[in-house]
Design a protein around this ligand. Structure first.
Ligand SMILES: [Ca+2]
Ligand SMILES: [Ca+2]
Ligand SMILES: [Ca+2]
Ligand SMILES: [Ca+2]
Ligand SMILES: [Zn+2]
Length: 396
């Protein structure tokens, strides 16, 4: 009916234009870049837990030979803690070194899971591809992801190497837990969301909510009582504190899930991502006494630093007194109990960058860091044997 009027024709024409703009042009290839970062001036949209869950299921359906998805546990609020494995022959446990990447021990540190979701997509989408001249400058893989402008054209890392993706997938078992703390992600909270019943669980009433999961690992908790001031016992025991450690080691579903998973795998190196401040740490987190693999930690850390330009804290003495610092971190537990060379990675200059270009850059840069870690894992076990091994006395 409207079509018979001039206004009606105008509206029809307008709708036709909108249709062409939104539907037809992308088909013709006239569209925005195919990543969500683009040139948009809108604030960056970080994945929600549900969006990540849907994406991971889709990727697993699309790439079943090289990606598997498994729930390693369920949170207080009933969310699955997803673990992604990337490797050739992904359903088999092969004689290849394992690496572990974790994000969002602290739920309000969003870049920590964003870079891992990006990495998963980069790996599955580039695996099996011929070497490609991504930037169409006539050269192939002349500027791989290593933090440098290798060809001096003013662009950094614009032609990622498909070969590196293939080699990493074929020779490494890559494990990722992008959101260790999905309840915290959804609540935008540092801690998880389980109720507390006083510092040791003795209260009948709920006293507060949430445990700082990176204080809840089975570390030398007895040191709290020997050096209560230096290990900040008061704050770590106070259940309403942002650093509350929990009722007892591994009292939380999330930390138990990580522990039980890690105990079933041979893992050589792990990175646990947080935000922010562009720095990296390695054990010990609770003392400045050097770890027995100090030289190896520094070697790996220096090489990661070349890629992301982050500051590597060498030796705890620069940040913590000889006895002091942090107990109950995943890094200490992974290193002491499982001999895993574990790093804390503090991403970004702010906790939650909203500039899409900033988020894209930190994601791409850490594709390079993560690939380097995969490659280094191929030799790291033989390198480890040159140094002392961890023992009960290590770190005391
Ligand atoms: Ca390429
Ligand atoms: Ca090129
Ligand atoms: Ca370049
Ligand atoms: Ca480069
Ligand atoms: Zn954190």
């Amino acid at each position: 009916m409207y079509k018979n009027t001039i206004i009606g024709k105008g509206i029809f024409f307008l709708i036709l234009c909108l249709f062409l703009l939104t539907t037809a042009f992308p088909i013709l290839g006239i569209s925005q870049p195919n990543h969500p970062y683009g040139n948009s001036s809108d604030p960056y949209h970080y994945f929600t837990y549900q969006e990540m869950t849907d994406l991971l299921h889709n990727l697993e359906d699309t790439y079943p030979d090289i990606m598997s998805l498994e729930s390693i546990g369920v949170t207080y609020e009933g969310r699955d803690i997803w673990m992604v494995k990337l490797s050739d022959n992904v359903e088999e446990t092969e004689d290849e070194p394992g690496v572990l990447f974790m994000g969002a021990h602290h739920g309000n540190e969003k870049p920590s899971f964003e870079i891992l979701i990006f990495f998963i997509q980069h790996m599955v989408e580039n695996y099996g591809k011929e070497n490609t001249d991504n930037d169409e400058d006539g050269f192939v893989n002349e500027d791989p992801v290593d933090g440098f402008d290798n060809d001096g054209d003013g662009l950094v890392d614009e032609d990622p190497s498909e070969d590196r993706v293939r080699d990493a997938m074929n020779n490494t078992q890559i494990f990722l837990i992008p959101m260790v703390n999905p309840d915290g992600v959804e609540a935008d909270s540092r801690k998880n969301c389980a109720p507390n019943y006083g510092p040791f669980g003795f209260s009948r009433e709920i006293t507060s909510y949430g445990v700082n999961l990176n204080r809840n690992y089975g570390d030398y908790w007895f040191l709290y009582y020997i050096f209560p001031t230096k290990y900040h016992l008061a704050m770590n025991m106070l259940d309403s504190s942002f650093n509350y450690r929990g009722e007892h080691p591994f009292s939380e579903n999330e930390t138990r899930s990580v522990r039980d998973f890690v105990e079933t795998q041979d893992i050589s190196i792990s990175l646990s991502f947080h935000s922010y401040s562009e720095v990296m740490f390695y054990p010990w987190m609770h003392t400045s006494k050097p770890a027995s693999h100090e030289d190896l930690f520094i070697s790996i850390g220096d090489n990661m630093s070349k890629i992301n330009k982050y500051f590597l804290y060498v030796g705890g003495q620069y940040i913590i007194p000889r006895y002091g610092g942090t107990l109950g971190t995943s890094e200490n537990w992974l290193y002491r109990e499982r001999d895993i060379l574990s790093f804390t990675m503090e991403l970004c200059k702010e906790r939650t960058p909203s500039n899409p270009a900033v988020v894209y850059n930190v994601c791409l840069t850490h594709v390079g860091v993560n690939l380097y870690v995969c490659e280094r894992s191929w030799t790291v076990e033989s390198e480890k044997s040159l140094y002392g091994s961890t023992s009960f006395l290590n770190g005391l």
